[in-house]
Design a binder for this molecule. Structure first.
Ligand code: APR
Length: 225
């Protein structure tokens, strides 16, 4: 079976009703991203950060996977599919995708400040005073700006083995995630699906300048023949 690697960004979840990051003057739900998504922001105002992610978590309970998430699952009939997502939502998992790597963490998990390997499932609000077994404050299990991306090594290995690469709904502005494309073999066909595609043309690249729900359907139809 051939390996398909799919890199997704906020755009794939846009049609489920989750706002992308860079579409509102650089603000994320009204906040400067550094205020709510950086270690400095956490030190300065942990309550604001917790409240912000609590809102994102409760919103997640109100949305569902869209056709693009679901169409990617059908690729598993004929291919080994690995999804590498920058999204912190769980819509790929809920759609039914089997192999999902979250480069930037997960909204439905929290971790200990004392031991970052101590990760817990978390479906409700997180507040100051919610402690791990070492009596240390729990924080969102999110990779904030300026923090290392622990899943990157695994993502690179998977991308190196890609026979086909799909990139969906990402502005390709945030590294190291945006650099993953460099690890695909030179001759690997790349499909880029985004209504506002930020990518330079190359030999093996097919760009579909459209929304995820329509663009993914076209590529999946082509690949499943
Ligand atoms: N279908 C597909 N793509 C869409 C849609 C849609 N319906 N609507 C918007 N887009 C595209 C936009 O054109 C843009 O290229 O989604 C992309 C969203 O870009 P960003 O908001 O920058 O999101 P992303 O690339 O995922 O951001 C990367 O930045 O803030 C951090 O950690 C956060 O994971 C995030 C990372």
């Amino acid at each position: 079976m051939q390996n398909i690697v799919v890199l997704t960004g906020a755009g794939i979840s846009a049609e489920s009703g989750i706002n992308t990051f860079r579409d509102a003057n650089g603000l994320w739900e009204g906040h400067d991203v550094m205020e709510v998504a950086s270690p400095q922001g956490w030190r300065n105002n942990p309550e604001l950060v917790l409240d912000f992610y609590n809102q994102r978590r409760s919103q997640l309970h109100t949305v569902t996977p869209n056709k693009a998430h679901l169409d990617l699952v059908t690729l598993e009939e004929k291919f080994n599919v690995s999804i590498i997502t920058q999204n912190v939502d769980d819509l790929h998992e809920r759609a039914g995708s089997s192999n999902v790597i979250h480069l930037h963490g997960e909204l439905l998990k929290v971790r200990s400040q004392f031991d970052e390997q101590l990760v817990l499932d978390w479906k409700h609000d997180l507040v100051l005073g919610d402690h791990c077994e070492h009596n240390s404050q729990l924080r969102p299990h999110i990779v904030w700006f300026g923090e290392a991306v622990p899943m990157m090594d695994q993502a690179i290995k998977i991308t190196e083995r890609a026979d086909i690469l799909m990139i969906i709904g990402t502005s390709m502005q945030v590294y190291p995630a945006a650099g993953l494309i460099q690890y695909a073999k030179h001759q690997t066909p790349v499909y880029f699906i985004d209504p506002n595609p930020a990518i330079s043309p190359t030999e093996h690249l097919t760009v579909l300048s459209e929304k995820a729900t329509t663009g993914v359907a076209k590529v999946v139809d082509e690949l499943l023949g």
